[in-house]
Design a protein around this ligand. Structure first.
Ligand code: ADQ
Length: 540
């Protein structure tokens, strides 16, 4: 079809089983080699450093993983990309534990601070490292807590859930307290943040430690996944320096246990999550993980909001050096080269049928059980499947059995490999994402950018970032019948080449860039700083 502009054109598939029409979104879809990315850059950058209407602030972004060194899932991506996006306007620095991977990197670490022991939390040093692009990362040097063989959360699959380190309460209370001490100016650094941006349960105690010290510091607590809460026995409070008076329903107590996640929600100035739909969903019993009442209250007070994640410039099929062949929209030969590579890599037979992929932590949340159930029908209809991920051992074993049952049609790689993941997004035709819940989801955005149409449950960020029948397919119920309907539509579209390519092109123009997050975060930082009575200093 060449470089056609689809503005205003409705594609009507001739196939009955997929008779919806697609009106291709976002105006001008004419592709040229410089298309959307450059246009986005011009239009989505709302603030300049020194914009007096929105004072720049000194922000400490606290995280338990960052893709530069160690990534278990989406939080690693966010921690790497969001501070860099916000740095166009703010003086933002990162704090994280000095894991083995951090120490093994070639970056120089300068000792800049010291934090004394507190309760059972050991003393530690603060190191400072500077990335090539100037991002400053403070690392918490405490070898007995962080320097060990295994993932950031434990030795278990994917690092989450079972198999967590036994002293995770101490490890992440230490991280939280360090953040509180740095913002209070007690670490001896020559830089003092005005605001803390905390992420997930591992940093949840930070606003609580501040509150218990009587300090009013603006804090944002971002929930990336409410299902992982950091729950510990009540008897651990003393070891973590948590006052007995805080162990009640309005404090850190959660059904008789201590909850780091709840501490973050209760004590932070503002709670965000990573999509508008998930922000609403977590106020309901179905998605609230027992915290929906508290979150409803936060929402009613205007202290809960959803700011969607984005993707960074590295996710661009025209320039991504990880790919076997770079490609742009309409250059389907380039995309096919990646498909051939993936087929070869996963031992699949050459095929003219569609290639379905799942790139995910293999856990209940992600609905991998549904994909396993759907697999025989997909294969029977002429499709092939590749899986890359790790997670629950039982699920991994099921995937291995599936691959044995369908040699040449199903390929499985149990493990984590970002390079391969990128090739899979580039080579696949459809990405399967039947998540039971999904706070935002990055994989579906990466897939769209790489011309792989997501087939996803209409929930959380998936509902917000996929346009059903335009850039992917959404289904309503986490049930095989509902999922299969969407898969059948995908097959129909695949066999209707013109429509398929139009959807691919529409998906590839998705405007999910971090630049779009700068304004909402900046406005939020400003608001809570004003509320906390903190004068945000203008740093021109
Ligand atoms: N085997 C493998 N090899 C290589 N890469 C792999 C991989 N398995 C997964 N990945 C990568 O890990 C990331 C997964 O991120 P997601 O946001 O989709 O989900 P996750 O549940 O981890 O994140 C949580 O936090 C993020 C961030 O806020 C939310 O978007 C999300 O909804 C929430 O569940 C993607 O970059 C994906 O490519």
């Amino acid at each position: 079809m060449g470089n056609v502009a689809l503005k205003g054109i409705d594609f009507e598939t001739k196939n009955d089983s997929c008779s919806r029409s697609i009106s291709v979104p976002s105006g001008d879809l004419a592709f040229d080699e410089h298309s959307d990315t450059e246009r986005d850059r011009d239009s989505d950058e709302p603030f300049e450093r020194g914009d007096s209407r929105h004072p720049a602030q000194r922000i400490l972004f606290v995280t338990s993983e960052i893709a530069d060194f160690v990534k278990v899932g989406g939080l690693g991506d966010v921690s790497s990309a969001l501070p860099r996006a916000l740095a166009v306007h703010h003086d933002i620095r990162v704090l994280m534990p000095a894991y083995r991977e951090v120490l093994a990197s070639s970056r120089k670490i300068r000792h800049v601070g010291h934090l004394p022991a507190y309760a059972d939390l050991p003393a530690c040093e603060v190191g400072e490292m500077t990335c090539d692009d100037g991002l400053v990362i403070y690392v918490l040097l405490c070898p007995e807590l962080y320097e060990r063989e295994g993932g950031p959360y434990g030795t278990g699959p994917g690092g989450y859930g079972s198999g967590g380190w036994e002293d995770n309460d101490i490890r992440f209370a230490r991280l939280s307290l360090a953040a509180a001490e740095i913002v209070a100016g007690h670490a001896g650094l020559d830089w003092q943040p005005q605001l803390l941006h905390l992420n997930d349960w591992a940093c949840g105690l930070a606003p609580a430690y501040l509150a218990w010290q009587g300090l009013t510091v603006p804090t944002v607590f971002t929930i990336h996944n409410l299902a992982y809460q950091g729950l510990y026995e009540a008897s651990r409070c003393a070891a973590l320096g948590i006052p007995q008076s805080a162990f009640h329903i309005e404090g850190v107590e959660y059904y008789g246990k201590l909850s780091f996640m709840k501490a973050g929600i209760v004590y932070a100035s503002h709670v965000t999550t990573v999509s508008a739909t998930y922000a609403q969903e977590i106020t309901t019993p179905e998605f609230g993980c027992g915290l929906d009442g508290l979150l409803r209250r936060k929402s009613e007070q205007g202290r809960l909001s959803g700011i969607p994640n984005g993707i960074d410039d590295s996710w661009d099929p025209r320039t991504d050096a990880h790919l076997v062949q770079a490609f742009s929209a309409n250059d389907w030969r380039g995309k096919r080269a990646n498909a051939e590579y993936v087929r070869h890599r996963f031992g699949l037979a050459p095929s003219a049928g569609p290639l379905f992929a799942m790139v995910s932590r293999m856990v209940h949340q992600k609905g991998v059980d549904l994909v396993i159930e759907a697999a025989p029908s997909i294969v029977q209809a002429g499709g092939q499947l590749v899986f890359i991920g790790s997670g629950e051992r039982r699920v991994e074993a099921q995937l291995d059995r599936l691959a044995e049952r369908y040699p040449g049609a199903v390929g499985v790689y149990i493990g984590f490999d970002e390079d391969e993941a990128r090739c899979i997004y580039a080579g696949s035709d459809f990405l399967l994402m039947p998540s039971r819940f999904e706070p935002c989801g990055l994989s579906q955005m990466y897939a769209q950018r790489f011309g792989s149409l997501p087939i996803a449950h209409r929930t959380g960020g998936l509902a917000d970032t996929i346009e059903d029948g335009v850039t992917g397919f959404l289904f309503d119920e986490v049930k095989l019948a509902s999922f299969m309907q969407a898969i059948q539509q995908a097959f129909s579209v695949y066999h209707s080449t013109e429509l398929f390519y139009a959807m691919r092109r529409a998906a590839m123009t998705g405007r999910y860039h971090w630049r779009q997050s700068i304004a909402p975060y900046t406005q939020l930082y400003q608001r809570i700083s004003e509320e906390a009575g903190v004068e945000a200093r203008i740093t021109a």
